[in-house]
Ligand binder design. Structure first.
Ligand SMILES: [Zn+2]
Length: 321
């Protein structure tokens, strides 16, 4: 099950999404060796990226980055509009130093250094045009104290409060095989729900959130989005109706390629690459998202610097791998 279901409530100004990811999540995990506490956080952010990506009227790539001076130095999840996604984590400590019950605050907000950066990179972006970027600190001020956020859902909630005009609630959970999530978004009172008076609209939003609060992690991890929708909105369906759209599928996809590695070599410059060749005989690198190895020997490197136009498609098979 790698599915995302979008639904609209007729009796309340609410749009929602339910996500269930299994094999696409396992495809990420089998390429990595993260400790359990890190896997839990990564899983929640992968769920969040698919929910946010599907909630935007936007063609391009949504990138969630969590950065800190703590054990998780950088966590990146990229999700394209077609719901293909990839993810990676960079730790500043040995995986064995991270305890199984480490909290998000301990891993991502050491000395309140945590930040969440969400980038929207449109596919038709002009060269020189900057992608849209929103940043929030991974802390909350509660009763005069600064507290780290406790979950990915809370972090995304903070971001939405700061950057989006729409009220949004999000529920996320993950284990080593599944990710489950629910998103509820209040739609503007104008538009498709203009027939609802403001009081009814407000009550509707509050009623649907109360229904959302009844969802359990167990249900999110084990039931299909269609079943969750039926269970959550059993009464709502008979009273007012909930309409869902055809489920969309989610897949793991890494867009790394030999030509992108060649671009990096060109950025490093011929001199630097020659010194690596002299030292190691070849330039070897591994994709941080999918662990695919890339190897450029002396002949490959010569080709890289001889032409800027060499692409994967036209490149002859290289010797030595
Ligand atoms: Zn890759």
């Amino acid at each position: 099950m790698n599915e995302l279901l979008v639904f609209i409530c007729d009796g309340a100004p609410v749009r929602g999404e339910i996500v269930s990811i299994s094999s696409a999540w396992q495809a990420i995990l089998e390429r990595r060796d993260d400790p359990p506490a890190v896997r839990r956080i990564l899983g929640d952010f992968v769920g969040a990226a698919t929910l946010l990506s599907a909630s935007l009227k936007f063609d391009g790539t949504l990138i969630i980055q969590a950065q800190s001076k703590g054990p998780i130095q950088l966590l990146v999840v990229e999700c394209k509009s077609d719901l293909s996604m990839r993810a990676t984590v960079k730790l500043s400590v040995e995986p064995s130093e991270i305890s199984a019950d480490a909290s998000l605050g301990e891993l991502l907000d050491a000395s309140h250094s945590g930040r969440l950066v969400i980038t929207l990179d449109p596919s038709d972006r002009e060269p020189g045009q900057a992608p849209y970027q929103g940043i929030v600190a991974l802390q909350e001020h509660r009763g005069g104290k600064i507290m780290p956020v406790t979950s990915a859902a809370e972090a995304i909630g903070l971001y939405m409060q700061n950057s989006e005009q729409l009220d949004t609630r999000i529920w996320l959970t993950s284990n080593d095989t599944h990710i489950g999530g629910l998103l509820l978004q209040r739609l503007p009172d104008s538009g498709g729900h203009a027939h609802l008076d403001p009081q009814t609209a407000l009550e509707g939003w509050s009623r649907i959130q109360t229904l959302g609060d009844t969802i359990t992690n167990e249900e999110l991890l084990t039931l299909s989005p269609e079943t969750i929708l039926r269970r959550l909105f059993l009464e709502e369906s008979t009273e007012n109706g909930v309409r869902s759209f055809p489920a969309r599928s989610i897949r793991f996809f890494c867009r790394c390629s030999r030509s992108k590695v060649a671009d990096i070599l060109r950025m490093l410059g011929e001199e630097e690459v020659d010194s690596i060749l002299a030292e190691q005989g070849a330039v070897e690198t591994v994709c941080e998202f999918c662990a695919k190895p890339y190897r450029f020997d002396a002949v490959d490197c010569l080709q890289v610097f001889k032409t800027n136009l060499l692409s994967d498609a036209t490149r002859p098979p290289s010797s030595g791998h």
